[in-house]
Design a protein around this ligand. Sequence first.
Ligand code: SF4
Ligand SMILES: [Zn+2]
Length: 394
Amino acid sequence: MGKKEVCSENTTLQKSAEKSSSLQGRIQFRTSIKRILKKVHRPLSTVHSFSDLNNPSIYYEETNYKGLPYYMPLIVIKTQGCSWYLNSGCTMCGYSMESSLGKKVPDGDLKQQIEYALCFIKLHRFPMVHITSTGSFFENQEFPFHIRNYLYERLRNLDFLEAVNTESRAEFLLDKECLKEEVKLLADVGLSIGMGLESSDSLIRRYCVNKNLERATYLKALNILKQLGIHATTYALIKPPFLTEEEAIDDAVTTIKWTVKEGTDLVVAMLANIQPYSLVHWLWKKNMYRVPWLWSAVEILNRLSCSERKKVTITGLRAVPAPLEVAHNCSKCNDKFVNAMALWRLNSDFSYIENLRRVSCECKLEWEKELHVNSNPLAERLKECYAYIEKEIL
Ligand code: SF4
Ligand SMILES: [Zn+2]
């Protein structure tokens, strides 16, 4: 299959998939995906512990802030979780492991987590932090406005704090006037909001990721952020399930280029990892999914122009909750790639990635072989794969 055919928004593939299936057929397909995901998630409720809702989860990511290497703290406030996950959910998501799975988290617990986060921020005097919930920061049902207001009040009083990053589904960012008023509550603290797009290709977004997001909604939210002067970050997923390695590279490159052209300030390209109780986890156990190769991450960066690259970072090697497996090469060259990518992110110096081109390792042949694997058109594969999964799971 040709590269462009798979990845652009209105591909021949997609058009034929859309035409060939009736509306009724598509509804049935989506209902079946929903039932599959509910079944895949179900065991989580039996193993899940709700005991630690007083402390947020915290981890660090390498980045560059104002031209200097920076270990940015990511603070995840545990909430009732993402409403989309509770309804159906994205195929790779394990975020709800950190949530109360739909049970209302009392205001007192949310405030206690905020106070914990504040102590931590004050202790280290971080100039930039990432604070989010286990779903969408701006979803009122999950993280109510009065709790956000409580957080803003504390953050704006920290004289050393310059910027806060957070995340939300695009659909909760469409009320421009409300958002405008909220931004004011942060006073001088800059705000960046990240939205998960995952792929600019509707077929991939709908059926490989099950994102439940139309491009028009994403674009509308992006424009609102730009009009309000809010820094906009877009999340793209490297290697959604059901894609070959080559399709995954093509899709990531197309998505990054498209969203940069549409005006996003930063693209966080996430290397897919294995989160427990996700559909990707189920496929991985059946040998129907391999996490992306780090060779692919380098290939994606190499296919971008210099100006596009400056707006991209690649993450996914560390996450909350801890993944069962992350993107990797073979054990001989893996550390070299992981270290070079961390140094690239910390120093914004692309020569660390360029040097990886000169690495020779026997696993490169294996990766190249995977790139040239022949497969049916994606639309056909999706039908076959979901039919198999349905038979096995439901
Ligand atoms: S990836 Fe985001 S939108 Fe999708 S189910 Fe997880 S938290 Fe919700
Ligand atoms: Zn290797």
